[in-house]
Design a protein around this ligand. Structure first.
Ligand code: PXL
Length: 442
């Protein structure tokens, strides 16, 4: 395991600084350590106050971070003052062969200063020369070089100017420029440009996310250009998934949140695939209704059909054998997905459902086996409440669940003219669902 240290400000709202850096480090499978230079008191509407970490406490914590463990990379964000930088300088003095990424944070979005004048001087004079990469945005690059930056050529020039101040490489981030933003990487010899997509969202902590990811990729041994490109992909995912924590104010992003959702989507698909294989192996063909069978599975906190995976075209049969015709996919069913979405509103841990062929024997067997079975009234159709989007709502399931205080295994109806009777079988996941099918086989 690699250990990476972030030396930066603490943002209690978890949008920037060390909370953000740690989130990114762990998501990129490195262990994160942190030493706060200051507490930057803020919320989604911006910074209110900066409380620098007292010099002796800061020095002590930095000493602890270096004790008894190898440090494989260092990221430096908000540094606040020269007293902090002197400690940082002595800490990194003997750390020659590891990436040291400096995000020269000068001001918060609302212009609150996050470094003193003496701090900035010391940062440039003493810390830049030992940095692997410095990652200013346009306003920061402008202050550091005293130049006005209006286009990509200006960005390239300031990248060269900053590189002459000592770091081995410079990334000038173009998010603050009009038009389609470009990031410029200069490695002391060559430029790499990356054209980004403009997003009309103010996402808090993007600079921290970028520099933390860059440190992680570099410490994994990616070359500089590959690290820069990997960061671009990482940033795009993170920005796509950004969210509000309050109706007003900045957007936030979280690597933990984004990656756990991706991991959950992967788990959902692979579990459904296994369930498809079990259906075939055990040839549970008698449960395939006329409309054909589907089995679905949702991610935790599923909020719409796109969060529920199922088998496109449903599962049929041929010559008495179960026929799984397709690979499970998200958004592939609205029918069973609506059932499970409605169920999950009441019992969020029950995330899988199938529409099973109805027979009196099956219902009887389920009851004998101690299952909780509800006969739904197919005629009553409760209206979705305000928060429901129509397509996520199954009135029959909703009606059946009103008045329950624990999740039933089965909700069935007797059908109607031109409408087949159906058993809706529910379980926590598709493998448990298949087990329930095995139990109710007659
Ligand atoms: O986004 C710059 C930044 C970095 N680190 C901390 C911050 C901010 C901006 O507010 O608070 C701790």
């Amino acid at each position: 395991m690699k250990n990476i240290l972030t030396i930066a400000g603490y943002d209690p709202s978890s949008g920037a600084g060390i909370t953000k850096d740690l989130d990114v480090f762990f998501s990129l499978r490195v262990h994160g350590l942190s030493v706060p230079t200051a507490t930057v008191a803020q919320g989604p509407r911006g910074v209110e106050a900066v409380y620098p970490t007292p010099a002796n406490q800061f020095a002590f914590m930095l000493g602890m971070a270096g004790l008894g463990m190898r440090i494989d990379g260092i990221k430096i964000g908000v540094v606040w003052d020269e007293i902090h930088l002197r400690e940082i300088a002595s800490f990194i003095k003997d750390k020659k062969n590891i990436p040291v990424v400096i995000d020269p944070v000068l001001r918060a979005k609302n212009e609150t200063p996050l470094i003193t004048t003496e701090g900035l001087r010391y940062l440039i004079d003493t810390i830049f020369p030992v940095a692997s990469v410095v990652t200013p945005n346009i306003p920061e690059a402008s202050v550091i070089t005293g130049r006005i930056i209006e286009n990509t050529d200006d960005m390239k020039e300031v990248a060269e100017t900053i590189c002459r101040m000592g770091p081995r490489a410079v990334v000038v981030k173009g998010g603050h420029m009009a038009g389609e933003p470009v990031d410029v990487l200069y490695d002391g010899r060559n430029f790499s440009l990356f054209q980004k997509r403009r997003r009309n969202k103010h996402v808090h902590g993007t600079g921290c996310t970028f520099s933390a990811a860059l440190t992680a990729f570099l410490s994994h041994g990616y070359p500089l250009r590959e690290s820069f490109l990997a960061c671009q992909e990482y940033m795009a995912t993170m920005l796509n998934e950004s969210y509000h924590i309050d109706e007003k104010g900045y957007f936030y992003s979280s690597a933990g949140l984004t990656h756990s959702k991706e991991a959950d989507r992967y788990r959902v698909i692979s579990t459904l695939r296994k369930a498809g294989a079990h259906l075939t192996e055990r040839n549970i063909v008698e449960f395939i209704p006329e409309v054909q069978l589907n089995v679905c599975y949702g991610i935790a906190n599923a909020s719409g059909i796109e969060d529920i995976a199922a088998f496109p075209g449903r599962i049929g049969s041929h010559e008495g054998r179960v026929l799984v015709k397709s690979e499970p996919r998200f958004g592939a069913s609205s029918h069973v997905a609506r059932m499970v979405l409605t169920f999950m509103k009441h019992y969020p841990w029950v995330r899988s459902c199938a529409n099973v062929r109805f027979s009196e024997e099956t219902i009887k067997k389920a009851r004998t086996e101690g299952m909780d079975v509800i006969l739904a009234d197919g005629k009553v159709e409760p209206k979705p409440s305000e928060e429901w989007i129509g397509e996520n709502f199954d009135p029959l399931v909703e009606k059946a669940l009103q008045g329950t205080n624990h999740p039933p295994d089965i909700i069935y109806d007797m059908g109607d003219i031109g409408k087949e009777a159906i058993i809706r079988l529910f379980a926590e996941d598709p493998l448990k669902l298949i087990k329930k099918m095995e139990i109710i086989r007659t």
